[in-house]
Write a protein of this length. Structure first.
Length: 406
C-alpha cells in the first residue's frame, strides 16, 4: 500500500468521519429536530450540490491542486467550527465544510485513476481507498460519542485538523495532472448547485414552493448538458448513478433514524449509540479490500447486486425484528462495503482518463443527493409514523437498486 494511496484515502476518510461523527452528537448540539436535520444536512447538502462542480474543476484545473485546496480548507473550517457560538453559525460552517469535502472526493479518485491505469490494479486501489475511508464510518459514531461525553461537542471538529495535516503530508507525492483546456460550463454548474440545494431545503423545511425552483433549475441543467462541451457528457450518465443515490438514501437515512431511536426510545447515551453502530461500521473498514480484489477478478456486477440485497435484508430485519439489531446492522454494513466499491469501479472504469474527475463527481453527487434525501424524507416521516414503518419503506426502496445496476 503506497504512501500516496493512504494520503488520498485519508482525504475521503475526513469526509466520512465528518458525516457520522456528528450523528450521535445531535442531541447535544440541539434539542430541536429541525435544527438536528440541518446540522446534519447543512454538510451533506452542499457536499452533494458541489460534487459535480468539484469533479469538473478537478479535470479543468488539475486534480492535485483541487485536492490540496480541499484539504487545507477542511482543516481551517473544522477549527472555526469548534469555536461556533450558535446553531445557525454551526449550520453555516457545516455547509462550507461540505464544499471543502466535495473538492476532496472526485480529485482523489482522479489521482488514483492516474496512479493505477490498469483496470485490475485500479479496482484493488479503489477497494483500499474505500476501506481506509470507510473507517471514518467506524470511527465516527464511536469517536463522536466518546469525545462528546468527555470533552464536549467542540472536540468532534478539532479532531479533523491533525488528520487533514497528515493527509496533506502523505499525498504530497501525487503527480500533477494536466489541466483540461476548454470553456467552463457555468450554466451547468450553477443550475446543478441550485437544483440540488433547493430540493433538499424544500424537503427539510416543507417549503414545497421551493420545489418549483429546484425543478426549473433541473430543467436548465439537463438542457445545458446537450452541448458538446457540457460538464457532464451524456455517455457518463447511467442507471448506476440512480443506484448510488438509493444506496446512500438507505445508509444515511437509516443511520439518522436509528441514532434518534437508540437515544430517545432505548435511552442509550451518545457513546453507547456509537457502540451500537459498530456491527454496521466495522465491515466498512475491511470488507472493501476484499471487494476490490473480487471486482478485479469477476467484475463489479455480482458484488454490487449482492451488496444491494444485503443492505435491503439488514434494513428490513431491523424494521421487523428490532431485537436482532446486531445481525441486521452487520448485514447493512457488509452490503454497503460490497456495493459502493463496485459502483465506483464500474463508473470510473467506464470513463476516459480525462473525464475521471467528473465521472467520480457524478456518482458521488448522486450518492450524496440520496443521503440528503434519506435524512430529509425519513426524518420527516418519523413525525407522522413509527420507526419500523420508516425502516420498512427504506428497505423496500433498497431492493429496487438491485435492478438498476448496469
Amino acid at each position: 500500500m503506497s504512501r500516496l494511496l493512504i494520503g488520498l484515502s485519508l482525504g475521503y476518510f475526513l469526509v466520512m468521519l465528518d458525516t457520522t461523527i456528528v450523528t450521535v452528537a445531535l442531541p447535544a448540539l440541539s434539542a430541536d429536530l429541525a435544527s438536528q436535520q440541518w446540522i446534519s444536512n447543512g454538510y451533506t447538502l452542499t457536499f452533494a450540490a458541489f460534487l459535480l462542480t468539484a469533479g469538473a474543476w478537478s479535470d479543468r484545473f488539475g486534480a492535485r491542486k483541487v485536492f490540496f485546496t480541499g484539504l487545507i480548507s477542511f482543516a481551517v473550517l473544522s477549527l472555526v467550527s469548534a469555536l461556533s457560538v450558535s446553531a445557525p453559525m454551526l449550520i453555516a460552517l457545516r455547509a462550507l465544510l461540505g464544499v471543502a469535502g466535495a473538492l476532496l472526493v472526485p480529485s482523489s479518485l482522479s489521482l488514483i485513476a492516474v496512479a493505477h491505469p490498469e483496470p485490475a490494479s485500479r479496482a484493488k486501489a479503489m477497494g483500499v481507498w474505500a476501506a481506509l475511508s470507510g473507517t471514518g464510518l467506524v470511527a465516527g459514531p464511536l469517536l463522536g460519542g466518546v469525545l462528546t461525553e468527555a470533552f464536549g461537542w467542540r472536540a468532534i471538529f478539532l479532531v479533523n485538523v491533525p488528520v487533514a495535516l497528515l493527509a496533506l503530508a502523505l499525498s504530497s507525492a501525487a503527480s500533477p495532472t494536466p489541466p483540461k483546456p476548454g470553456r467552463i460550463d457555468w450554466t451547468g454548474q450553477v443550475s446543478a448547485i441550485v437544483a440540488l440545494s433547493t430540493l433538499s431545503y424544500a424537503l427539510v423545511e416543507h417549503a414545497w414552493w421551493v420545489l418549483l425552483v429546484s425543478a426549473l433549475s433541473a430543467v436548465v441543467f439537463v438542457a445545458s448538458q446537450r452541448r458538446p462541451d457540457a460538464m457532464l457528457p451524456r455517455r457518463l450518465v447511467s442507471r448506476n448513478l440512480l443506484a448510488g443515490a438509493i444506496v446512500n438514501f438507505g445508509l444515511s437515512g437509516v443511520l439518522f433514524v436509528l441514532s434518534l431511536y437508540f437515544q430517545e426510545t432505548r435511552g442509550y447515551s451518545p457513546s453507547a449509540t456509537g457502540l451500537a453502530f459498530l456491527p454496521l461500521t466495522i465491515p466498512t473498514a475491511f470488507n472493501p479490500i476484499f471487494t476490490g480484489r473480487l471486482v478485479a477478478r469477476i467484475g463489479p456486477r455480482v458484488p454490487a447486486v449482492s451488496g444491494f440485497l444485503l443492505m435491503a435484508a439488514g434494513t428490513l430485519l431491523q424494521a421487523f425484528a428490532p431485537a436482532l439489531s446486531v445481525p441486521a446492522l452487520a448485514l447493512l454494513g457488509f452490503g454497503v462495503s460490497l456495493a459502493i466499491p463496485s459502483l465506483l469501479t464500474a463508473v470510473i472504469g467506464s470513463a476516459p482518463p480525462e473525464l475521471a474527475g467528473i465521472a467520480g463527481g457524478a456518482l458521488n453527487a448522486s450518492r450524496q443527493t440520496g443521503a440528503v434525501l434519506g435524512v430529509a424524507i425519513l426524518g420527516s416521516l418519523l413525525t407522522v409514523t413509527t420507526t419500523p414503518v420508516v425502516l420498512a419503506g427504506a428497505g423496500a426502496l433498497l431492493l429496487v437498486s438491485c435492478f438498476l445496476f448496469q
